[in-house]
Write a protein that binds this ligand. Structure first.
Ligand SMILES: *Cc1c(COP(=O)(O)O)cnc(C)c1O
Length: 366
């Protein structure tokens, strides 16, 4: 016997989502983003599942890149925040990591490093997100410095990141595009590639053309949009977060449930206790009414989320419920986005912070 709580990870769904990303921009290369433990899905397993079709992988830091190398991933690996210290430039050379450079310290670290082979660099421009990146007006000067350095390989990639691509009505993306284009147009004649699109841009802004797209969230089968979108509808949710009922009880009108007694039965009610809690990454701030899927029916969470358990109102469930009945927290039939909306967050956070306590069970590994 074991605790019934697990995250089933469907690697075929993952691969099909990656194929969709490629299909939406057939002239671009697609680099899967596997940072933060592949958004909670297991970085090594996800990278292995995509290793025969992905031209490169993207991670946040060198520790993640080294873990992929240790697991025999041989593709180039892009460090999205660039080197965090000068010594990481030498480590990148040694292991075939690519560096997304975004500030002048990083630029100097690359120019002054003692390297025996040239490394691939990307130049990140800040076109309006104002988090990382060089000023667009410095693009020409930075490009020239790098392209004339023996430390830097040919085909530098110019990149930027969109702040609002998930909002299809916003004009912010067009503003960022114009800013990027005017910075990059000044480099005329030079050999370079460009990289723009995250998941929301790949799915929702088909007119955006680039050489490298950087899909993350969509690979895991979740939609970055709050409204239905025809491309997003083709995604298949990769994670099925599931548990089971471990106890049931009937309570009378006026009785409360759980810590702080924050929910009181308005009628004679049946309560099911499920073996999942905030210790498993189920959000503690999930309010009463957050949907939990039991026998295909969305039932309301009632009472506070505990460390190891939640309580669900199953009074209206007509089907047979017993100890051991399966419960879906999110997965097929209940999107992580829907749960996230109830909790005032986004699916990205719920997936990414899933703790190691929840066993990942991999299915459809080719
Ligand atoms: C994480 C990340 C992405 C992927 O974003 P999604 O919204 O998950 O597709 C793309 N580019 C950069 C620079 C990132 O850090």
């Amino acid at each position: 016997m074991s605790r019934p709580t697990s995250a089933i990870i469907d690697l075929r769904a993952l691969r099909e989502n990656f194929i969709l990303a490629q299909k939406l921009a057939p002239n671009a290369k697609s680099m899967p983003m596997v940072k933060a433990n592949a958004y909670g899905h297991g970085m090594i397993e996800v990278a292995h599942a995509l290793a025969d079709c992905a031209p490169a992988f993207g991670v946040a830091c060198i520790e993640e890149a080294l873990a992929l190398r240790k697991a025999n991933i041989t593709q180039p690996i892009l460090l999205l925040e660039g080197p965090h210290s000068a010594d990481e430039v030498g480590i990148a050379e040694q292991h075939g990591f690519w560096l997304m450079l975004e500030n002048h310290n990083q630029l100097q670290a690359v120019l002054s490093a003692q390297l025996s082979t040239a490394i691939t660099v990307w130049i990140k421009l800040d076109t309006g997100m104002h988090r990382l990146g060089f000023q667009p007006e410095d693009a020409t000067y930075i490009y020239q410095q790098l392209s004339s350095s023996p430390n830097v390989a040919e085909d530098i990639v110019l990149a930027t990141h969109f702040a609002c691509a998930d909002d299809l009505k916003s004009n912010f993306t067009d503003k960022q595009l114009r800013c990027f284009k005017s910075a990059v147009d000044n480099l005329d004649g030079s050999e370079h590639s460009i990289s723009l699109a995250n998941s929301a841009a790949i799915l929702g802004w088909p007119s955006i053309q680039d050489d490298w797209q950087r899909p993350g969230y969509m690979l895991y089968g979740a939609s970055p949009f709050s409204e239905p979108h025809e491309n997003a509808e083709q995604l298949q949710q990769v994670m099925h977060f599931q548990s089971a009922i471990i106890s049931t009880r009937s309570i009378k009108t006026g009785e409360s449930v759980g810590y702080t007694a924050n929910w009181t039965a308005q009628r004679h009610s049946t309560i099911a206790t499920v073996a999942v809690g905030y210790g498993d990454g189920y959000p503690r701030h999930a309010p009463n009414g957050t949907p939990v899927l039991i026998n295909g029916v969305k039932c309301p969470l009632v009472g506070r989320v505990s460390m190891d358990m939640i309580t669900v109102d199953i009074t209206d469930l007509n089907s047979d419920i017993e100890i051991g009945t399966d419960v879906t927290l999110w997965g097929p039939g209940l999107s992580v986005t829907e749960v996230a909306v109830h909790c005032g967050t986004i699916g990205y956070e719920l997936l990414t912070r899933m703790p190691a306590r929840v066993p990942r069970i991999y299915i459809n590994a080719k």
